[in-house]
Design a protein around this ligand. Structure first.
Ligand SMILES: C[S@@+](CC[C@H](N)C(=O)[O-])C[C@H]1O[C@@H](n2cnc3c(N)ncnc32)[C@H](O)[C@@H]1O
Length: 372
């Protein structure tokens, strides 16, 4: 795994030794889950040690908790991923971007398995690392495993959105859980000039990694430096969209056509990032048919509005249906045109500023804010 990460350019020389020293499998629980369609199916180490080990050392995230620890379906089958060991490639890239130096103190948000905390402790020393985990069972396990592995990292059980005031200030904060609204506490608890790394997400778009620098007035600003998808902070989970629950009154839906190809709006990373800035409370579901045709569904689980866009091979116009108070397709198409009109900015041109009053998003410079 380490060789692969190095070859992929994800491992900096300073992080190579910690990755070689800290065994990932020690931090992975004996039961993990794998995705089978919509379901999360358990894999037990006791049943197939080789398969379990394979999961531990593949360059993939490993699902370590479903449905907040109480699998929703019979046979410990789960519906939602609620804790995981992040993909090693992403862990390595984020640690490199954190830009730590010996002597620095780091706060991690989202302890999960404890593997990332152990890597930090191996590089900086256990006394320099603190981590916050919201789930008490996950936190207790991480605390225990870290101790067994020789890392006396402080793991606090609590809401990471509040940071860890008792241990502040930190030189670095690394969130391994995504935020839609980035908590100001993370800026407040970081020394001026320090860095805060956050996977940032919107309802429409899966996520971008933002690297903030904290100013002496306690605000922080940063730009998007990469593409990452993380689960959200527990309080910011929002609502899950479902075709069964939210798509109603199909025969009465308002019908039209569009010449905008669904892929250009939904398949391009930079476009969907920009659309997420403009169109709140809009979730995306895609259903596929056997002949290669697909339908894009836009669902607002808060208001119950929905829209669908049917893609048929070789078609030049695509049928649209919209229902509810919002015309979600019109909103998404308008946001796409706005992004197109701006000259199709790439993700790295967007930035965020976080103040005690909240956050705002800008393009290139702070005097070009985005309003919804
Ligand atoms: C992707 S996992 C973190 C991976 C972890 N760093 C590792 O090395 O295994 C995200 C974790 O964030 C936790 N989490 C979710 N909301 C949180 C919150 N508000 N505060 C602290 N942790 C939270 C989840 O319970 C989950 O364990």
């Amino acid at each position: 795994m380490v060789t692969e990460l190095a070859e992929a350019g994800a491992l900096t020389p300073q992080w190579r030794r910690p990755f070689e020293t800290v065994p990932r499998h020690v931090f992975i629980p004996d039961t993990v889950w794998v995705e089978e369609g919509d379901l999360l199916v358990p894999v037990d180490r006791a049943d197939d040690e080789a398969a379990w080990l394979e999961l531990c050392y593949a360059d993939e995230s490993v699902i370590t908790q479903v449905d907040d620890g109480a699998p929703a379906l019979a046979g410990r089958v789960g519906r939602e991923i609620t804790s995981s060991a992040s993909r090693p490639y992403v862990v390595a890239r984020m640690l490199a971007a954190l830009d730590v130096q010996p002597g620095m103190s780091v706060l991690e948000i989202g302890t999960g398995t404890g593997w990332n905390a152990a890597l930090l402790a191996e590089r900086l020393g256990s006394d320099k690392v603190a981590s916050v985990e919201v789930d008490p069972v996950v936190a207790a396990r991480a605390r225990w495993v870290l101790g067994q592995a020789g890392y006396e990292v402080t793991v606090m059980t609590g809401d990471g959105a509040l940071g860890f005031p008792e241990r502040a200030p930190f030189d670095r904060v690394i969130a391994t859980v995504a935020a839609d609204q980035v908590p100001h506490a993370w800026a407040e608890q970081t020394r001026p000039g320090g860095r805060v790394l956050v996977p940032w997400t919107t309802d429409f778009h899966n996520g971008a990694l933002v690297s903030f620098v904290v100013a002496s007035d306690g605000t922080m600003r940063g730009r998007i430096i990469g593409n990452v998808a993380f689960m959200r902070l527990r309080d910011q989970r929002g609502k899950r969209a479902s075709l069964k629950r939210h798509v109603r009154d199909v025969p009465d839906a308002r019908r039209s056509f569009t010449e905008t190809h669904p892929y250009s709006v939904l398949g391009e990373y930079d476009a969907s990032l920009a659309i997420g800035l403009k169109v709140p409370h809009c979730k995306l579901i895609v259903t596929h048919e056997a002949d290669g045709a697909y339908t894009v569904w836009l669902v607002d689980p808060w208001s119950g509005s929905w829209a669908s866009l049917e893609h048929r091979t070789d078609a030049e116009k695509f049928p649209v249906r919209q229902s509810g108070d919002r015309n979600l397709w019109n909103e998404v198409e308008a946001a796409y045109r706005w992004w197109d009109g701006l000259g199709r900015p790439t993700a790295d041109r967007w930035g965020l500023t976080v103040t005690p009053e909240g956050q705002h998003v800008w393009l290139d410079t702070e005097d070009r804010p985005v309003s919804r």
